[in-house]
Design a protein around this ligand. Structure first.
Ligand code: ATP
Ligand code: MG
Length: 249
């Protein structure tokens, strides 16, 4: 079996609002292999987004650890965690997090500068990613001129453009119609299978479940099921060049 690329070990996290402290993650442990798409499912408020944020270096846990690509993530200084995310992680946020002032192609191209890819090369890579999500003809538009599903696909393009080793996606198909939802599900699975990326998604979407190699269930901040998907739909070839930009020193 392939060695895990992401190991969440005994992670706990609480939030305090006023005088009330609520424990949202109650000691979550999970080892995830590269080359697979792992899906986290569970009821609203069960801690899915919180778990994804802790696993991806965005939210510090109260206890436990995260080992990502052999780095003990939360023991690193803050700048090193930021650098780790920029170099190795792609993230599709539940609320898309697009910049209002940037066009679709700028949203995807500008973050590539942190991987050493600039200018025409960055824009060529950004266009490949927009083609992969079916948005080549909307590359020049700002978020205001994009539908919800188009914004979501820009967010997916931005996350995949740098060819991240760790790809996190929080409800990446929630705003998509049948055809585009299936397209994004296939795309995420193909990135795992073809590039050996570690793909960790959160979703209720049966289309994503069909494409997931493994489905993990969380309820009230505790993992309650962890199953391989015996009828996973095989990942098809992808009309996008393998994205592996050189990282500048
Ligand atoms: N920054 C925060 N401050 C206070 N409470 C928070 C914060 N972030 C999350 N929570 C609480 O933690 C719980 C879990 O939130 P989380 O966003 O992880 O749920 P989720 O499983 O992703 O839900 P959904 O399916 O609705 O997206 C919720 O009750 C939420 O209110
Ligand atoms: Mg959520």
């Amino acid at each position: 079996m392939t060695a895990a690329s992401l190991i969440v070990d005994g992670v706990t996290r609480s939030f305090t609002t006023g005088r009330v402290t609520a424990r949202v993650l109650g000691g979550v442990s999970l080892a995830i292999a590269p080359g697979e798409m792992t899906l986290i499912v569970g009821p609203s408020g069960s801690g899915k987004s919180t778990l994804l944020a802790v696993a991806s270096g965005l939210l510090r846990p109260d206890g436990g650890s995260v080992r990502a690509l052999d780095a003990d993530l939360w023991s690193l200084p803050a700048e090193a965690i930021d650098r780790f995310r920029l170099e190795h992680c792609g993230f599709v946020f539940q609320g898309f997090n697009l910049f209002p002032a940037l066009t679709a192609v700028d949203q995807v191209a500008l973050p590539l500068q942190y991987t050493g890819l600039v200018g025409a090369a960055a824009y060529a890579r950004a266009m490949e990613a927009l083609v992969a999500v079916g948005l080549a003809d909307k590359a020049h538009l700002h978020p205001l001129a994009l539908s919800g599903g188009e914004k979501q696909r820009v967010a997916v393009a931005r996350a995949i453009a740098k060819g991240p080793q760790l790809l996190f996606a929080d409800e990446p198909t929630s705003a998509l119609d049948k055809e585009n939802g299936a397209k994004v599900a296939r795309l995420l699975h193909t990135i795992a299978r073809r590039d050996g990326a570690t793909v960790l998604c959160v979703s209720h979407d049966p289309r994503l479940i069909d494409h997931a190699d493994r489905v993990v269930r969380i309820e009230d901040g505790v993992l309650t099921a962890d199953e391989r998907n015996p009828s996973v739909i095989p990942a098809p070839p992808l009309a996008m060049a393998p994205p592996r930009p050189e990282i500048s020193p």
